[in-house]
Ligand binder design. Structure first.
Ligand SMILES: Nc1ncnc2c1ncn2[C@@H]1O[C@H](COP(=O)(O)OP(=O)(O)OP(=O)(O)O)[C@@H](O)[C@H]1O
Length: 273
């Protein structure tokens, strides 16, 4: 019993994790003393200044890198076991689609690689393309799609094996604001439908607040968790309405205050942006 599918389970447990790159005087302490638990079905964003270790933490959870100290588990398994058991799906800033495969074949890829038979691959691809709104583009190739559509394919692919956890590193970072908002709304809907927990790296405070149950604010050198902000917006009124609500603006202000609490004060007489 590893807790996948159990809503009371802990999806990701990070205990005392540190990551140092290099040795001696040139060593970079990318992360130090990170403690974090992400629960099943919970949406948690990581936000903080450039270089504070957000991507490093995500890569450690995904077992794309190993911590120098501490331990990470995913649904009770070690990060490596979780990777081998396909407990999570990954989507990064670059959609990373294979240009010579159709949209359908890209979405089917993880299933085909892991031995799912053709019929089941096709059925699952149909479901996923409907979920991300791309049923009419199944036979297109990636270079025939917009950036936002390519990201939707990547999200569909990440969901192919019904992971209980999605790891996303600025998946909407390269998109225009309107497309980005649309995909945020879709992502919230998809998460509700699939019940997946998400760890989401972003530079955008409104994006973090809109998507998340909790926002983890990090500080750099060494990368640490400064504070975890509870957002807990009432999402029953519909996704779009949320962006107009006082509770949303209040959460944006709270995250901004924590984020800027450690920034150097502006020098008098010097314009800052
Ligand atoms: N493979 C590596 N080798 C050496 N240093 C690294 C490596 N990966 C990351 N670092 C360093 O670790 C620190 C954290 O990097 P990381 O990419 O995790 O930050 P980030 O918060 O995701 O930044 P950004 O918001 O700019 O993407 C940085 O100082 C970076 O230079």
């Amino acid at each position: 019993m590893n807790g996948v599918g159990d809503p009371t389970a802990v999806a990701v447990q990070v205990d005392g994790v540190g990551r140092v790159f290099g040795t001696g005087p040139a060593a970079v302490v990318a992360l130090e003393g990170i403690e974090l638990a992400v629960h099943a079905g919970e949406f948690v964003s990581l936000i903080g200044p450039s270089g504070c270790g957000k991507s490093t933490l995500l890569r450690l959870i995904a077992d794309l890198d190993r911590p120098t100290t501490g331990r990470i588990s995913v649904f009770g398994r070690g990060a490596e076991q979780a990777r081998l058991a396909h407990d999570y799906g990954i989507a990064f800033q670059q959609a990373g689609l294979l240009p010579w495969r159709t949209v359908r074949a890209n979405v089917e890829l993880p299933l085909a690689l892991h031995g799912t038979d053709k019929r089941a691959c096709r059925d699952r691809a149909e479901e996923l393309l409907a979920l991300v709104g791309l049923s009419d583009f199944a036979e297109h190739f990636p270079d025939q799609l917009s950036g936002g559509m390519q990201q939707r394919v990547a999200i569909g692919r990440a969901l192919a094996e019904r992971p209980s956890l999605l790891l996303m590193d600025e998946p909407f970072g390269a998109l225009d604001e309107m497309t980005r908002e649309r995909l945020q709304t879709e992502l919230v809907r998809i998460c509700v439908e699939t019940g997946a927990a998400v760890v989401f790296v972003t530079h955008s405070i409104p994006e973090a607040v809109y998507l998340s149950d909790r926002v983890v604010v990090m500080s750099p050198r060494p990368g640490r968790i400064r504070e975890v902000v509870d957002v807990a917006l009432d999402r029953r009124g519909g996704a779009e309405q949320l962006r107009e609500e006082d509770a949303y603006f209040d959460a944006v202000r709270r995250v901004r205050a924590v984020l800027h609490a450690g920034s150097p004060a502006p020098v008098r007489g010097v314009e800052t942006r």
